[in-house]
Design a binder for this molecule. Structure first.
Ligand code: EPU
Length: 420
Protein backbone atom coordinates (compact mmCIF):
# COMPACT_ATOMS: atom_id res chain seq x y z
CA UNK A 1 0.00 0.00 0.00
CA UNK A 2 1.86 3.11 -1.28
CA UNK A 3 -0.75 5.77 -1.60
CA UNK A 4 -4.28 6.43 -0.31
CA UNK A 5 -6.56 8.73 -2.30
CA UNK A 6 -9.61 10.11 -0.53
CA UNK A 7 -12.43 11.97 -2.25
CA UNK A 8 -14.04 13.30 0.89
CA UNK A 9 -17.34 14.92 1.72
CA UNK A 10 -19.48 11.76 1.75
CA UNK A 11 -21.28 10.64 4.88
CA UNK A 12 -20.61 7.11 6.12
CA UNK A 13 -23.34 4.57 6.78
CA UNK A 14 -23.25 0.87 7.55
CA UNK A 15 -21.37 -1.75 9.50
CA UNK A 16 -17.74 -2.71 9.70
CA UNK A 17 -16.33 -5.95 11.11
CA UNK A 18 -13.32 -5.34 13.34
CA UNK A 19 -10.31 -7.65 12.99
CA UNK A 20 -7.96 -9.13 15.55
CA UNK A 21 -5.76 -6.78 17.54
CA UNK A 22 -2.28 -6.22 16.11
CA UNK A 23 -0.84 -5.36 19.50
CA UNK A 24 -2.30 -8.54 21.01
CA UNK A 25 -1.28 -10.76 18.10
CA UNK A 26 2.41 -9.77 18.10
CA UNK A 27 3.32 -10.82 21.67
CA UNK A 28 1.17 -13.97 21.37
CA UNK A 29 2.93 -15.03 18.17
CA UNK A 30 6.34 -14.57 19.77
CA UNK A 31 5.24 -16.15 23.07
CA UNK A 32 4.38 -19.31 21.15
CA UNK A 33 8.16 -19.90 20.90
CA UNK A 34 8.09 -20.81 24.61
CA UNK A 35 5.93 -23.85 23.91
CA UNK A 36 8.18 -25.55 21.36
CA UNK A 37 4.95 -26.98 19.94
CA UNK A 38 2.26 -25.92 17.49
CA UNK A 39 -0.26 -23.16 18.23
CA UNK A 40 -3.33 -22.28 16.20
CA UNK A 41 -4.32 -18.63 15.99
CA UNK A 42 -7.80 -17.50 14.95
CA UNK A 43 -8.58 -13.89 14.00
CA UNK A 44 -4.95 -13.12 13.32
CA UNK A 45 -5.07 -9.77 11.52
CA UNK A 46 -3.39 -9.84 8.08
CA UNK A 47 -1.58 -6.55 8.61
CA UNK A 48 2.01 -6.07 7.55
CA UNK A 49 3.39 -6.09 11.13
CA UNK A 50 1.86 -9.52 11.67
CA UNK A 51 3.03 -10.83 8.29
CA UNK A 52 6.56 -9.63 9.08
CA UNK A 53 6.37 -11.35 12.46
CA UNK A 54 5.47 -14.60 10.71
CA UNK A 55 8.43 -14.01 8.38
CA UNK A 56 10.77 -13.58 11.37
CA UNK A 57 9.43 -16.76 12.98
CA UNK A 58 9.81 -18.65 9.71
CA UNK A 59 13.42 -17.46 9.38
CA UNK A 60 14.09 -18.90 12.84
CA UNK A 61 12.71 -22.31 11.90
CA UNK A 62 8.97 -22.07 12.62
CA UNK A 63 6.63 -23.74 10.15
CA UNK A 64 3.57 -21.74 9.24
CA UNK A 65 0.38 -22.88 7.59
CA UNK A 66 -2.58 -20.74 6.60
CA UNK A 67 -5.63 -22.98 7.03
CA UNK A 68 -8.53 -22.55 4.58
CA UNK A 69 -10.93 -21.20 7.28
CA UNK A 70 -8.54 -18.35 8.12
CA UNK A 71 -6.73 -19.90 11.09
CA UNK A 72 -2.94 -19.76 11.14
CA UNK A 73 -0.96 -22.69 12.49
CA UNK A 74 2.54 -21.96 13.74
CA UNK A 75 4.69 -24.94 14.64
CA UNK A 76 7.53 -23.76 16.88
CA UNK A 77 9.22 -27.14 17.37
CA UNK A 78 12.18 -26.38 15.08
CA UNK A 79 12.79 -22.77 16.16
CA UNK A 80 16.49 -22.04 16.76
CA UNK A 81 17.99 -19.26 18.91
CA UNK A 82 19.55 -17.57 15.86
CA UNK A 83 19.94 -13.87 15.08
CA UNK A 84 17.05 -12.90 12.79
CA UNK A 85 17.57 -10.53 9.89
CA UNK A 86 17.71 -6.88 10.89
CA UNK A 87 15.75 -6.05 7.75
CA UNK A 88 12.75 -7.74 9.35
CA UNK A 89 13.21 -7.05 13.04
CA UNK A 90 14.24 -3.45 12.39
CA UNK A 91 10.88 -2.79 10.75
CA UNK A 92 8.58 -3.64 13.64
CA UNK A 93 8.45 -2.87 17.33
CA UNK A 94 7.08 -6.29 18.22
CA UNK A 95 10.41 -7.96 17.40
CA UNK A 96 11.58 -6.88 20.85
CA UNK A 97 9.39 -9.75 22.15
CA UNK A 98 11.95 -12.16 20.74
CA UNK A 99 14.10 -11.31 23.74
CA UNK A 100 11.68 -12.61 26.39
CA UNK A 101 10.53 -15.56 24.32
CA UNK A 102 14.01 -16.77 23.27
CA UNK A 103 15.49 -16.16 26.70
CA UNK A 104 12.66 -18.19 28.21
CA UNK A 105 12.96 -21.12 25.82
CA UNK A 106 16.73 -21.30 25.20
CA UNK A 107 18.30 -19.26 28.01
CA UNK A 108 19.74 -16.90 25.39
CA UNK A 109 18.51 -14.36 22.88
CA UNK A 110 19.89 -12.07 20.17
CA UNK A 111 18.33 -9.07 18.50
CA UNK A 112 19.92 -6.77 15.92
CA UNK A 113 17.34 -4.04 16.49
CA UNK A 114 13.62 -3.36 16.77
CA UNK A 115 11.72 -0.77 14.76
CA UNK A 116 8.20 0.59 14.96
CA UNK A 117 6.71 4.04 14.60
CA UNK A 118 9.16 6.86 15.14
CA UNK A 119 8.17 8.72 18.31
CA UNK A 120 11.71 9.81 19.12
CA UNK A 121 13.56 7.57 21.52
CA UNK A 122 11.92 4.24 22.42
CA UNK A 123 14.12 2.86 25.21
CA UNK A 124 13.94 -0.73 26.46
CA UNK A 125 15.75 -0.14 29.74
CA UNK A 126 12.81 -1.54 31.73
CA UNK A 127 12.81 -4.77 29.71
CA UNK A 128 16.55 -5.16 30.36
CA UNK A 129 16.29 -4.26 34.05
CA UNK A 130 13.65 -6.98 34.42
CA UNK A 131 15.64 -9.62 32.49
CA UNK A 132 18.63 -8.85 34.67
CA UNK A 133 16.45 -9.28 37.77
CA UNK A 134 15.54 -12.75 36.47
CA UNK A 135 19.21 -13.64 36.13
CA UNK A 136 20.08 -12.68 32.55
CA UNK A 137 23.31 -10.98 31.54
CA UNK A 138 23.39 -8.51 28.67
CA UNK A 139 26.23 -8.06 26.19
CA UNK A 140 26.76 -6.75 22.67
CA UNK A 141 28.04 -8.82 19.74
CA UNK A 142 28.61 -7.32 16.29
CA UNK A 143 26.10 -4.60 17.09
CA UNK A 144 23.41 -7.05 18.24
CA UNK A 145 21.93 -7.03 21.73
CA UNK A 146 22.50 -10.43 23.35
CA UNK A 147 21.14 -11.92 26.54
CA UNK A 148 22.23 -15.06 28.27
CA UNK A 149 21.24 -16.72 31.52
CA UNK A 150 24.18 -19.03 32.36
CA UNK A 151 22.63 -20.16 35.64
CA UNK A 152 19.08 -20.27 34.31
CA UNK A 153 16.28 -17.80 34.99
CA UNK A 154 15.09 -17.42 38.54
CA UNK A 155 11.87 -15.74 39.79
CA UNK A 156 12.28 -12.18 41.14
CA UNK A 157 10.45 -9.08 42.35
CA UNK A 158 10.44 -6.52 39.55
CA UNK A 159 9.06 -2.98 39.80
CA UNK A 160 8.70 -1.17 36.50
CA UNK A 161 9.36 2.58 36.38
CA UNK A 162 6.28 2.99 34.18
CA UNK A 163 3.55 0.51 33.14
CA UNK A 164 5.25 -0.36 29.84
CA UNK A 165 3.25 -2.68 27.59
CA UNK A 166 6.37 -4.08 25.96
CA UNK A 167 8.33 -4.60 29.17
CA UNK A 168 5.36 -6.25 30.90
CA UNK A 169 4.81 -8.64 27.99
CA UNK A 170 8.49 -9.46 27.62
CA UNK A 171 8.93 -10.12 31.33
CA UNK A 172 5.79 -12.25 31.47
CA UNK A 173 7.31 -14.48 28.80
CA UNK A 174 10.68 -14.81 30.51
CA UNK A 175 9.06 -15.26 33.94
CA UNK A 176 6.95 -18.22 32.82
CA UNK A 177 10.21 -20.02 32.13
CA UNK A 178 11.98 -18.84 35.31
CA UNK A 179 12.00 -21.14 38.31
CA UNK A 180 9.86 -19.93 41.21
CA UNK A 181 7.67 -16.88 41.65
CA UNK A 182 8.03 -13.57 39.82
CA UNK A 183 6.09 -10.49 40.83
CA UNK A 184 5.88 -7.65 38.28
CA UNK A 185 4.75 -4.39 39.91
CA UNK A 186 3.49 -1.32 38.05
CA UNK A 187 2.61 -3.72 35.20
CA UNK A 188 0.62 -2.62 32.15
CA UNK A 189 -3.07 -3.62 32.20
CA UNK A 190 -3.96 -3.07 28.53
CA UNK A 191 -6.40 -5.63 27.06
CA UNK A 192 -3.57 -6.92 24.86
CA UNK A 193 -1.44 -7.63 27.97
CA UNK A 194 -4.38 -9.50 29.51
CA UNK A 195 -4.71 -11.39 26.22
CA UNK A 196 -1.08 -12.46 26.48
CA UNK A 197 -1.68 -13.68 30.06
CA UNK A 198 -4.64 -15.69 28.79
CA UNK A 199 -2.60 -17.13 25.95
CA UNK A 200 0.23 -18.16 28.30
CA UNK A 201 -2.31 -19.63 30.72
CA UNK A 202 -3.86 -21.65 27.90
CA UNK A 203 -0.33 -22.94 27.20
CA UNK A 204 -0.02 -24.14 30.81
CA UNK A 205 1.43 -21.09 32.65
CA UNK A 206 0.10 -19.92 36.02
CA UNK A 207 -0.36 -16.16 36.24
CA UNK A 208 -2.32 -14.17 38.83
CA UNK A 209 -3.45 -10.56 38.80
CA UNK A 210 -4.01 -10.10 35.08
CA UNK A 211 -5.63 -6.78 34.31
CA UNK A 212 -4.23 -5.29 37.53
CA UNK A 213 -0.95 -3.46 38.13
CA UNK A 214 0.62 -6.46 39.89
CA UNK A 215 1.21 -9.69 38.05
CA UNK A 216 2.41 -12.83 39.78
CA UNK A 217 3.88 -15.57 37.63
CA UNK A 218 4.50 -19.03 39.05
CA UNK A 219 7.22 -20.02 36.62
CA UNK A 220 8.92 -23.18 35.51
CA UNK A 221 5.80 -25.08 34.48
CA UNK A 222 6.06 -26.93 31.18
CA UNK A 223 4.23 -25.11 28.39
CA UNK A 224 2.39 -26.72 25.50
CA UNK A 225 0.78 -25.56 22.28
CA UNK A 226 -2.78 -24.26 22.27
CA UNK A 227 -5.59 -22.89 20.16
CA UNK A 228 -6.41 -19.24 20.71
CA UNK A 229 -8.45 -16.39 19.30
CA UNK A 230 -6.93 -12.93 19.03
CA UNK A 231 -9.04 -10.28 20.78
CA UNK A 232 -10.71 -7.56 18.66
CA UNK A 233 -8.62 -4.52 17.83
CA UNK A 234 -9.92 -1.69 20.00
CA UNK A 235 -7.83 0.87 18.12
CA UNK A 236 -9.18 -0.22 14.73
CA UNK A 237 -12.71 0.04 16.16
CA UNK A 238 -12.04 3.50 17.60
CA UNK A 239 -10.59 4.59 14.27
CA UNK A 240 -13.79 3.73 12.32
CA UNK A 241 -15.89 5.47 14.97
CA UNK A 242 -13.71 8.58 14.46
CA UNK A 243 -14.13 8.25 10.69
CA UNK A 244 -17.91 8.37 11.16
CA UNK A 245 -17.61 11.46 13.38
CA UNK A 246 -15.45 13.21 10.77
CA UNK A 247 -17.58 12.39 7.73
CA UNK A 248 -20.96 12.37 9.45
CA UNK A 249 -23.47 9.52 9.30
CA UNK A 250 -24.11 6.44 11.36
CA UNK A 251 -21.68 3.51 11.65
CA UNK A 252 -21.69 0.26 13.61
CA UNK A 253 -18.43 -1.49 14.51
CA UNK A 254 -18.99 -5.22 15.08
CA UNK A 255 -16.87 -7.84 16.87
CA UNK A 256 -15.65 -5.45 19.56
CA UNK A 257 -15.31 -5.57 23.34
CA UNK A 258 -16.89 -2.19 24.18
CA UNK A 259 -15.36 -2.04 27.68
CA UNK A 260 -11.86 -1.94 26.09
CA UNK A 261 -12.85 1.40 24.57
CA UNK A 262 -14.37 2.87 27.75
CA UNK A 263 -12.24 6.03 27.89
CA UNK A 264 -12.69 6.76 24.18
CA UNK A 265 -16.46 6.23 24.37
CA UNK A 266 -16.61 8.78 27.21
CA UNK A 267 -14.86 11.30 24.96
CA UNK A 268 -17.29 10.63 22.07
CA UNK A 269 -20.19 11.25 24.48
CA UNK A 270 -18.59 14.49 25.74
CA UNK A 271 -18.29 15.57 22.12
CA UNK A 272 -22.04 15.08 21.66
CA UNK A 273 -22.09 11.79 19.71
CA UNK A 274 -24.96 9.44 20.26
CA UNK A 275 -23.77 5.90 21.02
CA UNK A 276 -25.57 2.59 21.24
CA UNK A 277 -23.40 0.04 22.97
CA UNK A 278 -24.26 -3.66 22.70
CA UNK A 279 -22.40 -6.70 23.95
CA UNK A 280 -20.15 -6.94 20.88
CA UNK A 281 -20.98 -3.85 18.86
CA UNK A 282 -21.01 -0.06 19.09
CA UNK A 283 -23.09 2.23 16.90
CA UNK A 284 -22.20 5.88 16.58
CA UNK A 285 -24.50 8.55 15.18
CA UNK A 286 -22.49 11.64 14.42
CA UNK A 287 -24.16 14.93 15.31
CA UNK A 288 -24.25 17.71 12.69
CA UNK A 289 -21.69 19.52 14.83
CA UNK A 290 -19.74 18.17 17.78
CA UNK A 291 -17.77 19.83 20.57
CA UNK A 292 -13.96 19.73 20.69
CA UNK A 293 -12.76 18.65 24.13
CA UNK A 294 -9.60 17.98 26.14
CA UNK A 295 -8.11 14.51 25.95
CA UNK A 296 -5.24 13.17 28.06
CA UNK A 297 -3.54 9.95 27.02
CA UNK A 298 -2.19 7.43 29.50
CA UNK A 299 -1.79 3.75 30.25
CA UNK A 300 -4.99 1.67 30.25
CA UNK A 301 -7.70 2.31 31.39
CA UNK A 302 -6.89 5.95 30.51
CA UNK A 303 -7.46 7.26 26.99
CA UNK A 304 -5.20 5.28 24.60
CA UNK A 305 -2.33 7.11 22.97
CA UNK A 306 -2.97 5.03 19.83
CA UNK A 307 -6.27 6.92 19.34
CA UNK A 308 -4.78 10.36 19.98
CA UNK A 309 -4.11 11.41 16.34
CA UNK A 310 -7.54 10.19 15.18
CA UNK A 311 -9.37 12.32 17.77
CA UNK A 312 -7.04 15.26 17.15
CA UNK A 313 -8.03 15.13 13.48
CA UNK A 314 -11.67 15.53 14.56
CA UNK A 315 -10.86 18.72 16.48
CA UNK A 316 -9.49 20.41 13.35
CA UNK A 317 -12.53 20.10 11.07
CA UNK A 318 -14.04 23.59 10.87
CA UNK A 319 -17.50 22.71 9.55
CA UNK A 320 -18.02 19.85 12.01
CA UNK A 321 -16.57 21.01 15.31
CA UNK A 322 -17.09 23.86 17.76
CA UNK A 323 -14.53 25.13 20.24
CA UNK A 324 -10.88 24.37 20.77
CA UNK A 325 -9.63 20.86 21.49
CA UNK A 326 -6.47 19.92 23.32
CA UNK A 327 -4.55 16.67 23.46
CA UNK A 328 -2.16 16.09 26.35
CA UNK A 329 0.14 13.29 25.21
CA UNK A 330 1.55 11.56 28.30
CA UNK A 331 2.93 8.35 26.75
CA UNK A 332 5.01 9.39 23.73
CA UNK A 333 6.78 12.75 23.83
CA UNK A 334 7.09 12.93 20.05
CA UNK A 335 3.74 11.76 18.77
CA UNK A 336 2.86 15.09 17.14
CA UNK A 337 4.58 14.61 13.75
CA UNK A 338 1.22 14.15 11.99
CA UNK A 339 0.19 17.70 12.97
CA UNK A 340 2.51 19.18 10.32
CA UNK A 341 0.61 17.21 7.69
CA UNK A 342 -2.76 18.21 9.14
CA UNK A 343 -1.60 21.83 8.78
CA UNK A 344 -1.23 21.25 5.03
CA UNK A 345 -4.97 20.56 4.99
CA UNK A 346 -5.43 23.95 6.64
CA UNK A 347 -5.60 22.82 10.28
CA UNK A 348 -4.55 25.23 13.03
CA UNK A 349 -2.35 23.46 15.55
CA UNK A 350 -0.13 24.82 18.32
CA UNK A 351 2.18 22.54 20.24
CA UNK A 352 3.68 23.34 23.61
CA UNK A 353 5.45 20.51 25.38
CA UNK A 354 3.09 17.59 25.82
CA UNK A 355 0.01 19.61 24.78
CA UNK A 356 -1.32 20.22 21.26
CA UNK A 357 -4.14 22.73 20.81
CA UNK A 358 -6.41 22.41 17.78
CA UNK A 359 -8.60 25.31 16.59
CA UNK A 360 -11.23 24.39 14.03
CA UNK A 361 -10.98 26.04 10.62
CA UNK A 362 -11.97 25.22 7.03
CA UNK A 363 -9.90 22.36 5.61
CA UNK A 364 -9.05 21.93 1.93
CA UNK A 365 -7.69 19.01 -0.13
CA UNK A 366 -3.91 18.55 -0.25
CA UNK A 367 -1.14 16.05 -0.86
CA UNK A 368 0.12 14.65 2.43
CA UNK A 369 2.71 12.18 3.69
CA UNK A 370 1.78 9.69 6.38
CA UNK A 371 4.36 9.98 9.17
CA UNK A 372 3.40 6.78 11.03
CA UNK A 373 0.57 4.28 11.52
CA UNK A 374 -1.92 6.26 13.62
CA UNK A 375 -0.79 9.62 12.26
CA UNK A 376 -1.47 8.35 8.74
CA UNK A 377 -4.93 7.11 9.56
CA UNK A 378 -5.67 10.46 11.24
CA UNK A 379 -4.93 12.14 7.91
CA UNK A 380 -7.44 9.84 6.20
CA UNK A 381 -10.02 10.73 8.86
CA UNK A 382 -9.53 14.45 8.28
CA UNK A 383 -9.61 13.94 4.49
CA UNK A 384 -12.96 12.11 4.70
CA UNK A 385 -14.51 15.39 5.83
CA UNK A 386 -12.99 17.49 3.03
CA UNK A 387 -14.77 17.83 -0.31
CA UNK A 388 -12.21 17.09 -3.05
CA UNK A 389 -9.24 14.79 -3.59
CA UNK A 390 -6.60 14.32 -0.89
CA UNK A 391 -3.61 12.07 -1.54
CA UNK A 392 -1.65 10.45 1.26
CA UNK A 393 1.74 8.97 0.38
CA UNK A 394 3.93 6.63 2.47
CA UNK A 395 0.71 4.73 3.09
CA UNK A 396 2.50 1.47 3.91
CA UNK A 397 2.64 2.90 7.43
CA UNK A 398 -1.16 2.55 7.59
CA UNK A 399 -1.02 -1.03 6.25
CA UNK A 400 1.01 -1.95 9.32
CA UNK A 401 -2.12 -1.89 11.46
CA UNK A 402 -5.28 -1.81 9.30
CA UNK A 403 -6.42 -4.80 7.25
CA UNK A 404 -8.78 -4.47 4.28
CA UNK A 405 -8.61 -0.73 4.85
CA UNK A 406 -9.94 0.26 1.44
CA UNK A 407 -12.78 -2.26 1.36
CA UNK A 408 -13.88 -1.52 4.92
CA UNK A 409 -14.09 2.23 4.26
CA UNK A 410 -15.69 1.75 0.84
CA UNK A 411 -18.21 -0.58 2.49
CA UNK A 412 -19.30 2.41 4.56
CA UNK A 413 -19.71 4.54 1.45
CA UNK A 414 -16.38 6.40 1.50
CA UNK A 415 -14.70 7.18 -1.81
CA UNK A 416 -11.24 5.86 -0.91
CA UNK A 417 -8.70 4.13 -3.13
CA UNK A 418 -5.51 2.43 -2.06
CA UNK A 419 -2.65 2.07 -4.58
CA UNK A 420 0.36 -0.21 -4.50
N1 EPU B 1 9.46 3.15 28.14
C1 EPU B 1 10.70 3.36 28.73
N2 EPU B 1 11.50 2.27 28.94
C2 EPU B 1 11.12 1.03 28.58
C3 EPU B 1 9.87 0.83 27.97
C4 EPU B 1 9.07 1.92 27.77
O1 EPU B 1 11.07 4.49 29.05
O2 EPU B 1 11.91 0.08 28.80
C5 EPU B 1 8.57 4.31 27.94
C6 EPU B 1 8.37 4.62 26.46
O3 EPU B 1 9.40 5.45 25.97
C7 EPU B 1 7.01 5.27 26.47
C8 EPU B 1 6.26 4.53 27.58
O4 EPU B 1 7.28 3.97 28.40
O5 EPU B 1 7.14 6.62 26.82
C9 EPU B 1 5.31 3.46 27.14
O6 EPU B 1 5.97 2.56 26.29
P1 EPU B 1 5.49 1.04 26.10
O7 EPU B 1 6.63 0.17 26.43
O8 EPU B 1 4.20 0.84 26.82
O9 EPU B 1 5.22 0.99 24.54
P2 EPU B 1 5.59 -0.18 23.52
O10 EPU B 1 5.43 -1.49 24.17
O11 EPU B 1 6.87 0.13 22.84
C10 EPU B 1 3.14 -0.52 22.70
C11 EPU B 1 2.42 -0.48 21.37
C12 EPU B 1 2.29 0.95 20.89
C13 EPU B 1 1.56 1.78 21.96
C14 EPU B 1 2.28 1.65 23.31
C15 EPU B 1 1.54 2.34 24.45
C16 EPU B 1 3.00 -2.58 20.38
C17 EPU B 1 3.75 -3.32 19.34
N3 EPU B 1 3.17 -1.27 20.41
O12 EPU B 1 4.43 0.01 22.46
O13 EPU B 1 1.46 0.88 19.72
O14 EPU B 1 1.54 3.14 21.58
O15 EPU B 1 2.41 0.25 23.66
O16 EPU B 1 0.26 1.82 24.59
O17 EPU B 1 2.25 -3.16 21.15
C18 EPU B 1 0.61 1.55 17.64
O18 EPU B 1 -0.01 0.47 17.60
O19 EPU B 1 0.39 2.50 16.85
C19 EPU B 1 1.64 1.72 18.67
C20 EPU B 1 2.59 2.64 18.58
Amino acid sequence: MNKIVVNGGKKLYGEVEIGGSKNAALPMLFAGILTGEACVFSHLPRVSDVLLTLEILRSLGARIRFAPGGDVLVDYSLVRPALPSLVHTGAIRGSVYLLGAMLGRFGRAKLGGAGGCDFGSRPIDQHLMGFEGLGAIEYAENGALCLTAPRGLCGANISLKMPSVGATANLLMAATAASGKTVIRNAAAEPHVVALCEFLTACGARIEGQGSDTLTVFGGRPLHGCRCTVIPDMIEAGTYLCAAMAAGGRVTVRNVVPSHLGAALDVFRDMGASLTVGKTYITIKAPARYRAVDVTTGPYPAFPTDLHPQFAALFTIGHRTTGTGRVFERVWQERFRYTEELSRLGAHVKIKGECATFSPCPLHPATLRSPDLRGGVALVIAALSVVGRTEITNAATVGRGYEHFESKLRGLGADVRVFG
